[in-house]
Design a protein around this ligand. Structure first.
Ligand SMILES: [Zn+2]
Ligand SMILES: [Zn+2]
Length: 1011
């Protein structure tokens, strides 16, 4: 009775994976793999929560398989690895989807529709594609607990977020400020700097030079200050012109010929920026910037409405540079952070002609109701008509857009709630010190630089679907209160809070608190918070900390997180920001930042380009293991990866099919021979032959290398080493060279060694590969280990990861094999140079090399003999090098700098006969295959040929019979007519071998006996 199930030569990976998924479901393999490590050291992972209101794309698949690999690996290494799934559910992305669906696109329309209904729609939409996410997650083999995920909209989660904000509030770090903030006019809300950092694009904008007329100019001709801007619409908010106090400015007369007329202007600008002028100019006067201070100019537009202070005069400021423009900077405090600060400092006034949806207000009648960016053209025309536009150009620069809706952002003075991250800068940097980044350069580069220039976190969003900001303000005395729990909410509320209150808007807006100071009514501020704060709270909010404490304490900080590189200033930052503000501790110790997925042409996949591969369709045709293996071997995971179905298929052909073939070879013979690893007395490795010892040494070296590489998150290094082992060492060298040992029918010691060795290698390889390709390894394991080896586990994923056995590593033997394989390659090159096919045996090969190398090669001359197909291997004298010239009859090839090889290329009659016979044997073996003969079936052979070939067959008949399992070989006659051909149960064919014609016929044994 065979101990294994036979396999088909061609694997059906899709079906195999389907079966394995069912097996895991049936036997709860995932749950058991986690549970059996309970009480062991923990390896803590936090899932970066995806949003399920869109379909998963290849980038998500990449992060999911990388997470899976690391977590399976750590589990097999003996760690207790909890894997809680999570869903990110709040925020603008969700609102925008719902707005589209409802066919509305502004806040007033949402309010008209009703916040309650709107938020209900948002809540429904966040799980629209949950099924697709769950399917893709399962299908790709990502083991994560999706039955008990954390969900950012749940009351428990919100309560933890509230608690953390109150901690920050109590530290005095949560404040309301009036600041110029990046603002999306479509979403009508503030964005935080980490959101802005994600949305820069290169765009072309108008660049205008505008003449500001100096007031009370006694001279007869008008004098202008020349200023430059790339945002003409901000000119409506102009309050001042800034010059640098110590730079040199000039008054110039400029003349330009315009058709027949000569146009003249008298202008002031920085001397260093005279290039900006057109035409001829004459310098009239030179002065320092500070001499211009307080110079008054006429407002560009008569309807400018100024509040609280002076306006329209020259100020001095150090931020003015001479790199571009005119050295005179148009300053509008409503639209620029620097402008805002300098005007406040100089006690200047403020003008805000734009409403929160980015449209001009009725303060500027000709532009009223226009979106600011659309007004640029009209403003330029107005300036031209009034003769104060000096010139207009186009300007290419990097400009921020809303990361969600794509609208150009405006810098806009707003009231907003902030977390004072700037005061935590040193803490952020110190906590970052404790984190290991992969790739390392991000730590002080992209991420570290971001921390160096950290800005306060603009937390509040004037929106609807999000965690409500937990601050209440007294309408009577202005007292503020931050609520940190539902219990506190109930205690402070003036009227009873429903027991099942949903903490979202609009319900929470109705909860009125009693003011501690005056007893008056406190109302919640209407804002919700940045959804990035939600996901940044995952380490504690997923465990409902501090209302439940145990799980958080056991799971903080995380040992490992990974996401794509765009999360550097996204989730990676928000985690660190929240954790630093609340706990002053790093939330994770290792972070792996992954590259992006590109299409086959190296273009980043994106919806707008329409080049996103449909994951579900892909899984209909491609194996998950092939997809995983492709991603793991394509290159460093920290860099971008090109992705296509074609590339995955090639990977399957090269690696998975080779792995399968090795396994197929083993089970095919093991079933025939009824090999039972349990019954064999374990033969110590040192008693086995050199090939066996070598492959086992290689396996242990590989195990060591793979573990080292995974620990450094160099997944592609680990995977490529395994691939080399499977393709080159195992399949193409060990199995190919050991095949004959399995063909021998009689049992013998060497055959046992071969079986044991190949078996041990396959079992170890399964475990080593299990985290990479979990399906095919499970399939192989189920067949050759489960139920065969008594003390082994029921799934490869319940096993321990192999650890290298140093005593089985024979570095010298490995080095010898490397050298010998080089000699083999050189020997074959010599053959092909001489035009002699590999089946023709030759007399000898002579190797000239150093003593050291000679010792290496001498251990393995048998291999060299067989692979180069020579009768003898000789070594030349030490000291002779490649300078030696080849004797006659020898072909010389260089092996390396100090080694060369001579191959005798003149076979004698006997060798030629042997070569001929080998060709015949190969034909007969092919014919056996053609008629699907069992591997052990015996045959009878009949042949017809000329005298020369006849002699050869006669001299080597024993050899032919051994090789082809023939019991007889007799001379016969080829069929004389077509009628006879193929008659009877004989398979026959006439071959052309070299210049000879050879007729061969084979009969399966039972028929041969009947005859
Ligand atoms: Zn937007
Ligand atoms: Zn009050």
């Amino acid at each position: 009775m065979p101990y294994f199930k036979r396999e088909t030569q061609k694997a059906d990976f899709l079906r195999l994976e389907e079966d394995i998924l069912q097996l895991w479901d049936r036997e709860k393999t995932f749950e058991r793999s986690v549970d059996q490590r309970e009480g062991c050291d923990k390896f803590v992972f936090v899932e970066g929560p995806p949003t399920a209101n869109g379909l998963p794309h290849p980038g998500h698949i990449l992060t999911r398989v990388v997470k899976d690999l690391i977590l399976r690996y750590k589990t097999m290494r003996g760690f207790y690895v909890k894997r809680k799934a999570g869903w990110d559910t709040h925020g603008l992305p969700v609102e925008i989807e719902v707005e589209k669906e409802l066919g509305i696109s502004s806040k007033p329309e949402i309010e008209k529709y009703g916040i309650e209904n709107f938020n209900q729609k948002c809540k429904e939409s966040v799980f629209r594609y949950e099924k697709e996410w769950v399917n893709a997650t399962k299908r790709v083999g990502f083991w994560i607990d999706m039955d008990d995920p954390y969900i950012t909209f749940e009351n428990d989660y919100i309560e933890s977020v509230w608690w953390s904000l109150k901690e920050i509030w109590n530290k005095g770090l949560l404040y309301k400020g009036h600041k110029v903030v990046p603002f999306c006019p479509r979403c009508e809300t503030t964005l935080s700097s980490h959101e802005v950092a994600q949305g820069y694009q290169d765009v072309e904008d108008p660049s205008v030079y505008v003449k500001f007329k100096v007031k009370q100019n006694n001279e007869s001709e008008p004098l202008y200050l020349l200023a430059w801007t790339t945002t003409p619409w901000t000119l409506l908010g102009n309050i001042a012109l800034a010059v640098h106090p110590s730079h040199t400015y000039v008054k110039v007369r400029v003349s330009v010929k315009d058709e027949d007329r000569v146009k003249e202007d008298v202008l002031i600008l920085a001397e260093a920026r005279l290039d900006a002028l057109e035409g001829e100019y004459e310098i009239l006067e030179r002065f320092d910037g500070k001499d211009l201070e307080d110079l008054k100019y006429e407002p560009l537009f008569e309807y400018a409405k100024i509040e609280g202070g002076e306006a329209h005069k020259v100020i001095t400021a150090d931020f003015v540079t001479l790199e571009e423009g005119t050295g005179i900077v148009h300053t509008a405090p409503a639209f620029g952070e620097v402008d805002y600060e300098v005007c406040r400092e100089k006690k200047l006034g403020f003008s805000q002609p734009v409403s929160s949806n980015g449209h001009f207000t009725h303060d500027v009648p000709p532009l009223e109701g226009m979106f600011v960016k659309d007004a640029d053209r009209l403003i330029i025309d107005m300036l031209t008509q009034r003769g104060i536009l000096y010139k207009e150009e186009r300007y290419l620069h990097s400009y921020p857009f809303c990361w969600r809706c794509g609208s150009p952002l405006l810098y806009y003075a707003r009231e907003s709630w902030f977390i004072a991250m700037t005061t935590l800068r040193d803490n952020l940097l110190a906590n970052n010190e404790q984190i290991s980044w992969y790739p390392e350069h991000l730590k002080y580069g992209r991420f570290g630089n971001f921390l160096d220039d950290i800005e306060d976190w603009a937390l509040s969003r004037e929106r609807f679907w999000g965690t409500p900001l937990n601050i209440w303000i007294c309408s009577d005395c202005g007292q503020r209160y931050c609520v940190g729990s539902i219990k506190e909410l109930r205690e402070k509320a003036k009227t009873p809070v429903p027991s099942d209150i949903d903490l979202h808007r609009p319900y929470i807006d109705d909860v009125v608190l009693k003011c501690d100071a005056c007893g008056g009514n406190m109302w919640r501020v209407k804002d919700v918070i940045d959804c990035w704060y939600d996901s940044g709270s995952a380490p504690f909010a997923q465990w409902h900390y501090p209302f439940e404490t145990e799980k958080f304490k056991q799971n903080f900080p995380a040992d490992f997180i990974t996401e794509a590189i765009d999360q550097t200033r996204g989730w990676f930052y928000s985690l660190l920001g929240v954790s630093t503000a609340v706990f002053d501790a790093p939330p994770y110790l290792n972070v792996l930042s992954l590259g992006h997925i590109q299409d086959e042409n190296g273009v980043k996949m994106s919806k707008s380009k329409g080049n996103v591969v449909d994951i579900n369709a892909l899984f209909d045709t491609e194996a998950a293991d092939a997809l995983r293996w492709y991603l793991f071997t394509a290159g460093p995971l920290t860099e971008d990866i090109r992705f296509s179905a074609q590339a995955i298929r090639e990977k399957q052909k090269k690696f998975l099919n080779t792995l399968w073939n090795s396994y197929f070879f083993f089970v095919t013979y093991a079933t025939i021979d009824e090999f039972n690893p349990q019954e064999k007395n374990i033969i110590p490795v040192e008693q086995r032959n050199a090939m066996d010892r070598w492959i086992i040494s290689r396996l242990n070296t590989l195990t060591k290398d793979v573990i080292g590489a995974i620990e450094r998150f160099e997944i592609h290094v680990a995977a490529r080493k395994i691939e080399e082992f499977v393709v080159d060492d195992l399949s193409n060298w060990y199995i190919r060279r050991s095949r004959r040992r399995f063909w021998i029918i009689e049992e013998n010691f060497d055959k046992d060694c071969a079986y044991l060795t190949l078996y041990e290698v396959l079992v170890s390889l399964c475990k080593l590969l299990a985290p990479f390709v979990p399906f095919v390894t499970e399939h192989i394991y189920q067949n050759i280990v489960r139920g065969v080896l008594e003390d082994e586990r029921e799934s490869v994923h319940l096993c321990d990861y192999p650890s290298p056995d140093e005593s089985l590593i024979d570095a010298e033997l490995e080095a010898s094999m490397v050298f010998v394989s080089k000699l083999v390659e050189a020997g074959r090159r010599a053959r092909s140079d001489a035009g002699i096919k590999i089946r023709q045996p030759l007399k000898e090969v002579v190797v000239i090399c150093s003593k050291d190398k000679r010792e290496k090669a001498e251990r393995l001359t048998g291999i060299l003999k067989e692979e180069v197909n020579v009768k003898e291997v000789k070594f030349g004298d030490e000291g002779l090098t490649s300078g030696v010239t080849a004797p006659e009859d020898y072909k010389q090839v260089e092996v390396d700098e100090a080694t060369c090889l001579f191959l005798n290329c003149c076979p004698d009659k006997n060798l030629i006969e042997e070569g001929l016979v080998r060709d015949i044997v190969r034909r007969i073996q092919g014919m056996r295959k053609d008629i699907d003969l069992e591997y052990t079936a015996k045959i009878g052979i009949t042949y017809a040929c000329d005298e020369e070939v006849k002699d050869a067959i006669h001299n080597f008949s024993d050899y032919i019979c051994d090789e082809t399992l023939a019991v007889s070989i007799e001379e016969g006659t080829p069929p004389s007519s077509a009628e006879d051909a193929g008659s009877g149960h004989i398979y026959e064919k006439t071959w052309k071998i070299g210049d000879k014609e050879v007729y061969l016929a084979i009969k399966p044994l039972s028929l041969a006996e009947k005859d």
